[in-house]
Design a protein around this ligand. Structure first.
Ligand SMILES: Cc1cc2nc3c(=O)[nH]c(=O)nc-3n(C[C@H](O)[C@H](O)[C@H](O)COP(=O)(O)OP(=O)(O)OC[C@H]3O[C@@H](n4cnc5c(N)ncnc54)[C@H](O)[C@@H]3O)c2cc1C
Length: 332
């Protein structure tokens, strides 16, 4: 059991904010992880993946657990599909690249999402009309309270839009994820921007879809190695019918998507832009000039500055439009 002390977390979060953690470990197997959990019953604990969806505003007075289980293995296959297990510490996009190179379909629309395989079920990562939940059969995890090794079926994961049981209770440390992918692929339009990018390609292959997504994302999103960020900072708000109608009085061009059961999703980026915050900068923090939903770090190592700017945006949007934006990013 290798436990380290007073570790600097600046290079473990994509916003590059500084903070020390009292204790830090990178268990290589579920059994080692289980032992560690049992050895530190009174210590508060935090699970860390590749750090692309969180940042620190202060030192962490507890144990940070960074699962280090690696490996991609085919568990079974038929003529039409394959079942694969990927370790929590595998890089997400390397896994997608591997699947595409083998002709396994299902994850290609999730190309270039930064992060680890272990974090992918936590917020049910999604992009271009696809969510990871549709390819997951089950998730292997360790209970952070008891150290017990547990399996969650897809239904037990309680997946929803950017949500799952793992996000709701932060109690289970994911050690590996089991995916079912298809061996055949026919392109179906799920997202108009993607179809536009593929215009002129008669029947796109898996690789052509992946490459199109990489091109779109590279054009649209800031490079986190140059402008540290955590991707979309806020979730797209869900509105009731009444809330939607009230908002449409103020904003006639409000984009709305019916998500069923009299609920409507609108665009957080649109509201931030209308509140006057696209490309707005406060000190060393600001929204990205080409995408108002992304907060970027122009040179601070103090996470409090990012959190203050987030609250400023929330207050402004709330005052102008009576919508409270909820962060998608975790703040510690
Ligand atoms: C430029 C950019 C673009 C992005 N685009 C998208 C996008 O298109 N779609 C999308 O959905 N997200 C997107 N994100 C967000 C991010 O990529 C995902 O949330 C990703 O899953 C984070 O993985 P991670 O390993 O870095 O997790 P971390 O940031 O380390 O952790 C995120 C959360 O998951 C928990 N966690 C991490 N690992 C585990 C584990 N093994 N077991 C249990 N809990 C765990 C952490 O405690 C934390 O609460 C983007 C981020 C960036 C920087």
């Amino acid at each position: 059991m290798n436990i380290q002390h007073n570790i600097q977390l600046q290079h473990y979060n994509s916003f590059r904010t500084k903070a020390l953690t009292k204790l830090f470990c990178e268990p290589l197997t579920p059994e080692e992880l289980s032992e560690i959990v049992k050895a530190f019953p009174g210590e508060k604990k935090l699970i860390l993946g590749a750090g692309f969806n969180l940042f620190f505003t202060e030192d962490y007075d507890g144990l940070i657990i960074r699962p280090a289980m690696k490996g991609i293995n085919i568990l079974s296959e038929t003529d039409s599909e394959v079942v694969l297990e990927a370790g929590a510490a595998e890089d997400w996009d390397t896994f997608v690249e591997y699947a595409v190179s083998k002709g396994f379909a299902g994850l290609e629309n999730l190309s270039l999402i930064p992060g680890s395989v272990g974090a992918s079920p936590v917020q049910n990562i999604g992009a271009y009309g696809t969510e990871v939940k549709d390819s997951i059969i089950h998730v292997n995890a360790v209970d952070i309270r008891s150290g017990e090794i547990t399996i969650f079926t897809n239904e037990e994961c309680l997946f929803a839009y950017r949500d799952s049981i793992f996000k709701r209770n932060c109690r289970y440390i994911i050690t590996s994820v089991i995916f079912r992918l298809s061996k055949s692929f026919t392109y179906k339009e799920k997202y108009i921007d993607l179809s536009r990018e593929l215009e002129g390609v008669p029947s796109p292959t898996l690789l052509q879809v992946r490459e199109a997504i990489i091109r779109i994302r590279t054009r649209k999103l800031p490079d986190y190695t140059v402008l540290p960020n955590a991707g979309s900072f806020f979730k797209n708000p869900l509105l009731t019918k009444e809330e939607k109608e009230m908002l449409q009085h103020k904003l006639v061009d409000l984009p709305v998507y019916n998500v069923g059961e009299e609920r409507f999703k609108t665009s957080a980026a649109f509201l931030i832009e209308k509140a006057g915050y696209k490309g707005r900068r406060r000190g060393m923090v600001g929204t990205y000039e080409h995408h108002s939903l992304i907060i970027v770090n122009y040179g601070t190592d103090n996470g409090k500055e990012i959190a203050d700017f987030m609250r400023e945006i929330q207050n402004e949007v709330s005052q102008q439009f009576e919508v409270m934006l909820e962060p998608e990013v975790w703040i510690f």
